[in-house]
Design a protein around this ligand. Structure first.
Ligand SMILES: NC(=O)c1ccc[n+]([C@@H]2O[C@H](COP(=O)([O-])OP(=O)(O)OC[C@H]3O[C@@H](n4cnc5c(N)ncnc54)[C@H](OP(=O)(O)O)[C@@H]3O)[C@@H](O)[C@H]2O)c1
Length: 336
């Protein structure tokens, strides 16, 4: 059980860097913690501010130096960045240079033709809004949140490069791009002198599309990989073993984990995986995250958390990230 109480003035744990592994992003200079924290859920205006604040303190105390946002995180959209801005300016001001903050634009944010997708107009004005909400001079990583079939990819990539040249972002990243789109985007960024730092795809035991070409492309291009929803939004944990608990993501009206996704077949698999995790002496969430990190092309797992206890469990995963061949075969036979 987590017991530390946080005073109003936050002081980071001096031992935090001994508690984390840091991996290089592909062949770039930047290193990221093996575990990064995303603020998609649990940090918006609909959530309890102090809970989010405590989770961020706890994360940084564990050596989690990377926090991931997007313009639309909330609800309401933008409120996760606003809350994060309050916490960064009040509690983390002294640590800004020790923290990697990312944001994105690509999904619907405001009405009219300039508040969605991948035009330069949208990306640059969205980043300006994000910086204001977070009270920051710059973000570390600015992503194109998704490919836009209508905007030339040259325009979207040159908007990312422009953000870097203007000093509004230090690095450029892409998210949800397929292997072919990734090759094209990274070649354009390379030509513009702003290499692609990182790709953010969905990846978990239940969603393995990146094994089918994307990871090879990232390795060849020297781009890092930070999978999102590595616990399939909480499904790959003990959370739903006995139904849908109150307050869980699947129980919330604004949660993106839809009840229909929690099928008897999935729960059957979760139960079998849970048994394998027990034999390894770890929680299913820990095993599901360690399983992702088994591939050296993965830079960091990008988790969410609704409590300090969850993040504490997740962090302990680092004590056992090695799998035997037999364990991997057992997991494979469940997932087939
Ligand atoms: N680029 C994109 O398009 C995109 C899309 C989605 C997400 N993302 C990024 O990825 C981040 C992570 O996504 P995600 O929140 O879906 O990740 P996730 O880690 O798969 O799911 C997080 C949820 O799992 C549960 N959980 C976490 N740790 C647990 C533990 N140790 N034991 C039991 N349950 C645990 C919690 O559910 P409860 O809330 O029910 O407690 C938590 O909210 C986002 O915050 C965002 O930054 C990016």
């Amino acid at each position: 059980m987590h017991t530390k109480t946080y005073p109003m003035v936050y002081k980071a744990d001096p031992n935090r860097y001994e508690k984390m592994l840091y991996n290089r992003c592909g062949r770039n200079g930047l290193k990221l913690p093996a575990i990064s924290l995303g603020l998609w859920h649990n940090f918006g205006g609909a959530d309890i501010f102090e809970n989010g604040r405590k989770i961020l303190h706890y994360a940084f105390d564990c050596g989690i130096t990377h926090f991931d946002l997007a313009n639309n995180y909330g609800p309401p959209p933008g409120s996760a960045e606003e809350n994060f801005g309050k916490i960064i300016s009040s509690d983390f001001r002294a640590y800004r240079d020790e923290i990697v903050i990312s944001t994105k634009a690509g999904y619907y944010m405001w009405p009219g033709p300039y508040g969605d997708h991948g035009s330069r107009k949208y990306l640059i004005s969205s980043l300006d809004q994000s910086l204001k909400r977070m009270k920051l001079d710059y973000v570390d990583i600015f992503y194109s949140h998704r490919p836009d079939p209508e905007t030339p990819v040259e325009e979207t990539m040159s908007a990312l490069a422009q953000a870097v040249r203007q000093g509004k972002a230090l690095y450029a990243g892409i998210s949800n791009y397929n292997p072919e789109q990734t090759i094209r985007a990274s070649e354009i960024l390379q030509e513009l002198g702003v290499p692609c730092l990182l790709h953010q795809p969905r990846y978990s035991m239940f969603d393995r599309w990146i094994e089918d070409g994307l990871l090879d492309v990232l390795e060849e291009k020297g781009i890092g990989c930070i999978p999102f929803s590595p616990l399939a939004q909480g499904l790959l944990s003990n959370r739903y073993l006995h139904g849908i608990p109150e307050g869980s993501r699947a129980d919330k009206p604004h949660g993106f984990l839809k009840k229909e996704y929690i099928t008897p077949d999935k729960i059957e698999k979760v139960k079998k995986l849970n048994k394998i995790a027990e034999k390894r002496g770890q929680s299913l969430a820990q095993m599901a995250l360690a399983w992702i990190l088994r591939d050296k092309r993965i830079t960091s797992v990008l988790v969410g958390a609704s409590s300090i206890e969850q993040l504490q469990d997740t962090h302990k995963m680092l004590e056992n990230i090695i799998f035997t061949g037999l364990e991997l075969e057992e997991i494979e036979s469940v997932l087939q």
